[in-house]
Every structure is written in structure tokens, then in C-alpha cells.
Design a protein around this ligand. Structure first.
Ligand SMILES: [Cu+2]
Length: 427
């Protein structure tokens, strides 16, 4: 009789909102400890996502199941899209295993067209490489295919459909494939995060991403969520933190972390030797790449983590917005109001007031910027989240905004007066 050991490693599967409740956070931290006792590795956290559970067959093979299917996916509160998902989510659940493991992955196709799954960066026999037509027959609607191979390497890899990629990946069919090293290869990682980068085009007022769009996207996401729908990354001071980024989209994303210098320690080609790493504050991830960064969280605070392309930490930009910076619209405003009662002139002094007003757009469309911080509107959207570093367990349990030590916050000093020194210099 076959004995199956159900291993529950989907402990991070809850999709939590931007602010973790103390109960959620406690369970998350507790889960890490529990998992560490059961597993030979410290599991990866996929913010807003989950880890795929597996069963162990009698022959020691780890067995995984993926179903590719249509699903409803929330980008952020107020916006739900019609996506194509693995196991009902985008990105699909993170597959985790250990170098040397043999894995058996069953893929069931519930899409209306054929598909195949490519294990991006994973060294597999040619016939397991998942390219429709080239290395296997396409998985027809209703069919289940079996992939099986032994993991010969460790690192951050991805899985995604290979066949009508424009549509299937354009609608969300992608996920992480993390292979932990068999032997220690570096310092112990305390908090290990995985974030998939993606961009979408969803016409304002609609719900189905348009996969025919090639360059001009309007929704930018971390793990298929846009700020303020992105979960924060929560760590304790002193933790060694790894963040793994993956990208199978159309755009490159230069991801910038505030408050820290990090090292880029690995690509999907393998570990970068310490002598070849360099410190940086921004890491660019191009389509088809993964990048791992590492740092020790020695600076407490609420630190921004975001894409540095200026439109990417924004939501649902209209593409025909006229440039009104510095344009006096007083006359225009009154005349337009005779046609459109309540019309508001926007953009004369910048767009920041839009964050304040939370202007309501068409249905199922996010405001351009959102999210409220302890000092007011954050004025960001899209690819934006917060790295929350705290000194004590108590602070981690009662997670809120960072309590800045006295005298360390920039503040108003009233209207600036000409100083004596300036006057002297002028004479
Ligand atoms: Cu970007």
C-alpha cells in the first residue's frame, strides 16, 4: 500500500491585505518556525501568494499538482480582473524543493486552448522542457500531463506556459520554482521573499487584460497586486533578508530599495561568487530573468520598495491625459462646467492632489495613486510596497507604522526667512 505523507507547506497561503493584522503576523512567524522544524530549509514567503503543497510518494518522489484555469483575481481592493491562473491564483503557487529531489508535476489544463509548462532555468531532459510542438505535444483542454525530473541545481527559477505565450502569460500564467541548496552555500537566510514582476493593460472600466497590447501598459504589479493591495515585507532588525525577483513580462523593472545597500547574489544561472558581487540600491530585472538580492536588515523603519520607472509605481494611467503643468485653467474650468457640471481642472500644480481626493474613475478601475501613511496620502500605486524592519518581537506583534525616534523626522520650520549670511554674501 502506498503511503503518502501530506506536508503542509502552504502555511503562507493566506492572502493578506496591506496591513497585516497582529493575528495574521503571529501565525506567519509561528509558521516559519514550525516549517523549519519539518523542512531542511527555511521556506520562501510569497507575499500575497502561497507555496504549493506536495505529497511524498513511496519512492521518495515529491508529487505536485498544477491546474491551469481561468480565475478572478483581485489586483487591489476595488479591482478584480479575469485572469488565467495556476491553481486559481496568479502568480501560481510557489514550487519549493531541494537540490537532488526528484519531482513529479501533474499539469491539468482547464483552459479553452492547449498549453504546456516550461520550467524556466531548471536543467531538465529535453522532453521535459515544456515547449508545445517542439519538445512535447500540447496539453489539450481537459488533459493532464506528467512532468518528472531530478533537480540538479539550486536557485530561483520560474514556470510559465510556453505556447500562445502572449495570451497565456499576458493573463497571468507564471510562478516561482525555488530549489534550495542541499548543502550550506552561504550565511543563513532569516527572511526569504519571492516577488514576481508583471505589467498588464486593462482598459479603464473593463476587467479582462488585453494581451494584444505590446508596450503601453497601465497596471504594474508585485505578485499580481498593485499598491495599496501589496503586502508589506516584515522583518526583524538583524535578520539576513533575501528578496528574489522574477520577470516573464514585456518590460524591464529597475527595483529600488530605500534605506539599504544590498548585494545581487544570484541569477537564474546560479550563485554569483562573493568576489564578483557588487553593492547596489537598484536591481534591474529584464524579461526572462530572476535576480536574488541580500542584505542584513540593520536599519529599522518603514522603507519603500518600488520600481523606479516613473509610471510603474502608479495605477491605471489614462494615455490621453493632456499636460496641464503650469497651465492656468480658471477660464477653461468655468466654460467646461457649463457643459459638464462639477468638472474639476486637474494637473495645474502636479498630480499629487489626485492622491488626496481618491478620485473615482470608471468601475473596476483603481485610482492612479492610493494608500494612506501615518503622515498622509502616500501618492503611489502599482509596483510599490513597504519593507517593515522592527527592533523587537513586541513591535512585530503590534505592527503599525514605524515609530520614529524623536527629532528624526523631517518637519516644517515655517516660512523660510532670509538669513544674515545670505544677505552678507549678496553684498
Ligand atoms: Cu517597472
Amino acid at each position: 500500500m502506498k503511503v503518502y505523507f501530506k506536508i503542509f507547506i502552504s502555511l503562507f497561503s493566506m492572502t493578506f491585505g496591506f496591513v497585516l493584522s497582529p493575528a495574521t503576523l503571529r501565525s506567519e512567524i509561528h509558521s516559519t518556525k514550525t516549517s523549519q522544524q519539518q523542512l531542511s530549509y527555511n521556506p520562501v514567503i510569497t507575499p500575497n501568494g502561497s507555496t504549493l503543497s506536495w505529497t511524498s510518494a513511496e519512492d521518495g518522489v515529491k508529487v505536485f499538482h498544477l491546474t491551469v484555469e481561468a480565475c478572478k483575481h483581485e489586483i487591489a481592493p476595488g479591482m478584480v480582473i479575469n485572469a488565467w491562473c495556476y491553481n486559481g491564483q496568479t502568480p501560481g503557487p510557489t514550487i519549493e524543493a531541494v537540490e537532488g529531489d526528484r519531482v513529479r508535476i501533474f499539469v491539468t489544463n482547464k483552459l479553452p486552448e492547449q498549453t504546456a509548462v516550461h520550467w524556466h532555468g531548471v536543467l531538465v531532459p529535453n522532453g521535459m522542457d515544456g515547449v508545445s510542438g517542439l519538445t512535447q505535444k500540447g496539453i489539450q483542454p481537459g488533459e493532464t500531463f506528467k512532468y518528472e525530473f531530478t533537480l540538479k541545481q539550486h536557485g530561483t527559477f520560474m514556470y510559465h506556459s510556453h505556447g500562445d505565450e502572449m495570451v497565456q502569460m499576458g493573463l497571468g500564467t507564471m510562478g516561482f520554482f525555488i530549489i534550495h541548496p542541499k548543502n550550506d552555500v552561504g550565511p543563513k537566510i532569516d527572511r526569504d521573499f519571492a516577488i514576481f514582476l508583471n505589467e498588464w493593460y486593462v482598459d479603464p472600466g473593463t476587467a479582462t487584460p488585453n494581451p494584444n497590447v505590446m508596450t503601453d501598459f497601465n497596471i504594474f504589479t508585485f505578485n499580481s497586486r498593485a499598491f495599496p493591495g501589496t503586502a508589506p515585507l516584515v522583518v526583524k532588525k538583524g535578520d539576513r533578508v533575501r528578496i528574489r525577483f522574477g520577470n516573464v513580462g514585456q518590460e524591464s523593472h529597475p527595483i529600488h530599495l530605500h534605506g539599504y545597500h544590498f548585494n545581487i547574489v544570484a541569477t537564474d544561472g546560479g550563485d554569483i561568487p562573493a568576489s564578483a558581487q557588487w553593492p547596489d540600491t537598484t536591481v534591474a530585472i529584464f524579461p526572462g530573468q530572476t535576480r536574488d538580492i541580500e542584505f542584513v536588515a540593520d536599519a529599522p523603519g518603514d522603507w519603500a520598495l518600488h520600481c523606479h520607472r516613473r509610471h510603474h509605481p502608479m495605477n491605471a494611467m489614462g494615455h490621453e491625459v493632456p499636460n496641464m503643468i503650469g497651465v492656468n485653467q480658471d477660464d477653461v474650468k468655468d466654460r467646461v462646467r457649463t457643459l459638464v457640471p462639477g468638472y474639476m481642472a486637474m494637473g495645474e500644480t502636479g498630480m499629487d492632489d489626485m492622491a488626496d481626493m481618491q478620485m473615482k474613475g470608471p468601475e473596476n478601475t483603481l485610482p492612479m495613486m492610493g494608500g494612506e501613511g501615518q503622515f498622509g496620502p502616500i501618492g503611489m500605486g502599482g509596483m510599490f510596497t513597504v519593507l517593515k524592519v522592527r527592533d523587537t518581537d513586541e513591535e512585530l506583534k503590534n505592527l503599525g507604522w514605524y515609530k520614529n525616534p524623536r527629532g528624526t523626522v523631517a518637519e516644517s520650520v515655517g516660512e523660510k526667512k532670509e538669513s544674515k549670511e545670505t544677505e552678507i554674501q549678496q553684498h
